[in-house]
Ligand binder design. Structure first.
Ligand code: NAD
Length: 462
């Protein structure tokens, strides 16, 4: 019997945010579309092992923190008792499962078939799908590669222990280790370090550069650093881990310049790598970048192969779900012959810690490094009525604008809710608003959103 061969207009490889956004838009545009995913479902790393489960756990951490803070105004809930089974069940079924079912029903409603299996390119118009014994082929007019990224490891360090976790394993909450070593002071190290520390672990964080969240303006990082300094047992900057060794039920870590220390578990969070290997891309004309092995795309998400597009983490930094989603829509429209380009200037970034840090567009340090003439306006939340009512006066909002035109080039925010507040800033940057536009827009009082207006006013007066 011959292979089962399907002919489709669009085959999307990978069912994460980039892939499903592309597929849904293709279907809306009337193109017959299938999604191929090894996990046999839509959602990808974001839904099953990233953004969504981590935010569910961070919500639990924030409830615990708020309950603890309530003592300040005379409300004592007592010591929390945490049951891991119901917590895991809630995260898995009520949060992740609910959203996964939602995506499956949208796919069904739009006529997008989800094919389970590993897709490998045989040439520029055929994908072989490997799923156990079954071999199926899909011939396509266009393909969109959206295979995302996976956690990167520590080169040279042995990791053959279930006590040494990547973010995927840590999100399963195998237990609450008494002593947890977090390697990497980026997004994941800080977010999951916060979760485990709030649930009761003694967390030691090791970061190889001289500050947390390298690349982010220091005045935004400072309030978070102060907070994690009290939450974590230790933070070692400019420190590398040179060896990890399982000793009985412990992991011994050699910390450069500090000697050996023992932990019950280790979380490695030192960045993610694009999943561009093993896809058969060498059988197509798709090209990878020399540095990082990302798929090269133009502003319409086209690769060097005229039939193949690529979106999301596999195409480069920043590896964020919302960038992938926008690119997915661009690729769908571009292959349908519509005028579309991924030409966004503001891609907001949010670290969902307590306090949250969010930014978009140009940072202050970045502007200075590039020698750009910018004016900076700042508003400390100590002067915000709303922040005072929340007992959270440790925030800061800053606006960067072009010194001559006044055009808003970037915004940075640290404080609770920064992740929601950054949306207005992204709109201002994307639509080339002036600092004056932001300053003269009435913002509801008392809200934290006033801080953006106040920062813009400060910039105009500066
Ligand atoms: P990251 O790039 O944010 O941070 C990695 C950190 O590890 C850096 O600070 C780096 O200096 C440090 N590091 C690297 N090698 C090290 C070593 N040997 N020893 C000690 N420190 C070392 O990476 P991440 O936290 O793993 O997250 C990966 C990506 O996932 C992020 O870049 C982001 O795109 C995405 N992500 C986003 C969110 C969000 O949007 N809230 C959350 C989690 C992850």
């Amino acid at each position: 019997m011959g292979d089962l061969v399907d002919e489709v207009e669009v085959a999307v490889l990978g069912g994460g945010p980039g892939g499903y956004s592309a597929a849904f838009r293709c279907a809306e545009l009337g193109l017959e579309t299938v999604v191929i995913d090894a996990a046999h479902r839509l959602g990808g790393a974001c839904l099953f092992e990233g953004c969504i489960p981590s935010k569910a756990l961070l919500h639990v951490a924030s409830v615990l923190n708020e309950a603890g803070r309530a003592k300040e105004f005379g409300v004592d809930f007592g010591e929390p008792r945490i049951s891991l089974d119901p917590l895991r069940k809630w995260k898995q079924e009520r949060v992740v499962g609910k959203l996964a079912r939602g995506l499956a029903s949208v796919a069904k409603a739009r006529g997008v078939e989800v094919i389970g299996g590993r897709g490998v390119f045989e040439d520029s118009s055929t994908l072989r799908i490997e799923a156990g014994e079954t071999l199926r082929k899909v011939r396509f007019k266009h393909a969109i590669v959206a295979t995302g990224s996976r956690p990167g490891g520590l080169p040279g360090l042995t990791q053959a222990s279930e006590r040494i976790m990547d973010s995927t394993a840590a999100l399963d909450l195998p237990d609450i280790p008494e002593r947890l070593l977090v390697i990497g002071g980026g997004y994941i190290g800080l977010e999951l370090g916060t979760v485990y520390a709030t649930l009761g672990s003694r967390v030691t964080l090791v970061e190889m550069t001289n500050g947390l969240l390298p690349g982010v303006d220091r005045d935004l990082v400072q309030p978070l650093h102060r907070r994690v300094n009290t939450l974590f047992t230790a933070i070692h900057l400019e420190t590398r881990v040179t060896a990890l060794r399982e000793v009985g039920s412990e992991i011994e870590a050699a910390l450069e310049g500090r000697g050996g220390e023992r932990f019950d578990r280790v979380l490695v969070a030192v960045g993610r790598r694009p999943q561009s290997d093993g896809l058969g891309l060498e059988a197509t004309r798709v090209r990878l970048t020399e540095h990082g092995r990302f798929v090269q795309v133009d502003e319409r998400c086209r690769t060097e192969d005229p039939r193949i597009y690529a979106v999301g983490d596999i195409t480069g930094e920043p590896m964020l779900a919302h960038r992938a989603m926008r690119q997915g829509k661009v690729a769908a429209e571009a292959l349908a012959g519509r005028p579309a380009a991924f030409d966004n200037v503001a891609i907001p970034a949010v670290v969902f810690t307590d306090p949250e840090i969010a930014w978009c567009g140009l940072g202050e340090a970045q502007a200075r490094d590039q020698g750009l003439p910018v004016k900076v306006g700042k508003f400390q939340w100590a002067a915000s009525g709303r922040a005072a009512t929340l007992g959270r006066s440790d925030g800061l909002t800053k606006v960067m604008a072009d010194a001559s035109s006044g055009r808003v080039l970037g915004v940075g925010i640290v404080g609770p809710g920064a992740g929601e507040l950054i949306a207005e800033a992204a709109l201002a940057v994307e639509t080339a608003a002036l600092a004056e536009d932001v300053a003269l827009t009435i913002h509801a009082h008392p809200t934290l959103s006033e801080s953006l207006m106040e920062a813009a006013e400060h910039l105009l007066g500066a």
